[in-house]
Ligand binder design. Structure first.
Ligand code: FES
Ligand SMILES: [Fe+2]
Length: 441
């Protein structure tokens, strides 16, 4: 990752706090050039202290994707409470100016939570449940019972604390560690940087959600991301994928921005990443019909762009060994057939692919790696709603969801990884560095 050094070093320093770890030596090894480096120390994947640090600095402290603008604006919901990293956040949507906004989910009176985490509201005003102060959706204080006659009280000094929010190709990002007035965060454009010219040709904002799965992977969020970026496991885990896209094809990008990824090729006779390589959907104009892009925008959005559809995985860490994943498929709006044939999903996570998938290397690596799972084949998955996913508190996929089946193989492998047996660990992650013979847990 181009923007890696400081952030990664800081995470590793937190890992040093693990009293059982030989932190310093392991960190040094992990930071070696590709080809000689190892994975991060085990505690980076298993420690609650590391995850707490990551929630503050890597999720709240950078531009975290919180969903799609179309989901928020089209659902009738006007308020949505969620955690961005460790910061309780309130998203609002005002139809009058068509603007999404983000606020600290904290009343300016005595700090009560305005809307419980995970809940939504269709109300046009935000009412604190403690003493009934109310706010407009633009954050201004509408009423404070009993304060009307206090001449020293200035409502403008009691607006909600607004957080930086930006929309990029239809995805909503929040930078929750600072208020907008702090001007402390780099713009989203700098965060995305060169990735824009790779993603823009797919016109993601114009694509329509056709399917969405949510599920929990029992693995650290970095394991999910790392697996997405490698295809070392493809020949054994996803032989079907290899029939559509050679696992050794493509190249990695080394371009500015807080992202990593690369492309892979489709075989000559294949139109897209689907079970049989065929597509019923029209091609997205202006994109390479032989190419699939696999990119991970730090910290939590994985984007897989195909000639006829774009698939995303949005990750929300819930515990060191648990990650909530929202997997979405977007097609051209004009395509009535796109509900007939679906690409691969596996309904699984980036970790659990069942069907073929492509992939690529990430990080400093120069090897091929995997792409997230695609799979659902010929019929649409169990969901086709356009509503905003409720987030990690949402129910798991319906038991009838055809995609709940696939996760199995790889997820099971990852479950065994965190610190159980070194050989399992290495098995899962060998592709992220040479299987270091001197590796120790
Ligand atoms: S804390 Fe919200 S009205 Fe008092
Ligand atoms: Fe896989």
């Amino acid at each position: 990752m181009t923007a890696e050094p400081m952030a990664v070093r800081a995470v590793l320093d937190v890992a040093l706090l693990d009293p059982a770890g030989d932190g310093s030596a392991l960190l040094d090894r992990a930071l070696q050039p590709f080809g000689t480096s190892t994975m991060l120390p085990a505690s980076a994947y298993t420690s609650s202290a590391v995850l707490a640090w990551e929630q503050r600095h890597l999720f709240a402290g950078t531009w975290t994707c919180v969903g799609r603008l179309a989901d928020l604006s089209g659902s009738g919901v006007r308020q949505r409470a969620l955690l961005v990293g460790d910061v309780p956040t309130l998203l609002t949507w005002r139809a009058v100016d068509q603007q999404p906004r983000a606020y600290a989910n904290t009343c300016r009176h005595r700090g009560h939570e305005l809307l419980p985490d995970g809940e939504t509201s269709t109300r046009q005003s935000i009412v604190c449940p403690y003493h009934a102060w109310s706010y407009e959706l633009d954050g201004s204080l509408r009423a404070a019972p009993g304060f009307r006659d206090l001449t020293a009280f200035d409502p403008d000094e009691h607006r909600l604390v607004e957080l930086p929010l930006a929309v990029w190709h239809g995805w909503v990002f929040v930078h929750a560690a600072h208020g907008v007035d702090d001007h402390a965060e780099p713009g989203l454009a700098a965060h995305v940087a060169a990735l824009d010219r790779i993603v823009a040709p797919y016109s993601p904002a114009d694509l329509v959600l056709r399917a969405r799965h949510t599920y929990t992977v029992h693995a650290n969020w970095k394991v999910v991301t790392e697996n997405y970026h490698e295809c070392y496991h493809c020949p054994l885990i996803h032989p079907e994928l290899c029939q559509v896209s050679p696992p050794t094809s493509g190249d990695n990008y080394r371009l500015p921005g807080a992202w990593v990824g690369g492309s892979m090729d489709l075989r000559d006779e294949m139109a897209t990443m689907s079970i049989d390589g065929r597509s019923d959907a029209p091609a997205i104009p202006g994109v390479d019909p032989r190419n699939v892009e696999y990119v991970g925008l730090f910290p939590n959005l994985l984007i897989s762009a195909h000639p006829d559809y774009v698939m995303t995985h949005r990750l929300v860490p819930q515990a060191p060994d648990r990650t909530w994943v929202e997997c979405s498929w977007y097609f051209r709006a004009s395509d009535p057939r796109s509900t007939r044939r679906t690409p691969w999903t596996s309904g699984t996570s980036p970790t659990g692919r069942t069907g073929p998938r492509a992939s690529r290397c990430s990080g400093d690596s120069t090897r091929r790696t995997t792409a997230p799972g695609r799979s659902p084949p010929t019929k649409m998955p169990c969901t086709s709603s356009s509503s905003w996913s409720a987030g990690p508190t949402a129910a798991s996929p319906s038991p009838t969801c055809p995609s709940s089946r696939p996760a199995a193989r790889f997820v099971r492998t990852n479950r065994a990884a965190p610190g159980v047996r070194p050989e399992n660990w290495l098995t899962v992650h060998a592709c992220h560095g040479p299987p270091a013979p001197a590796w120790r847990l």
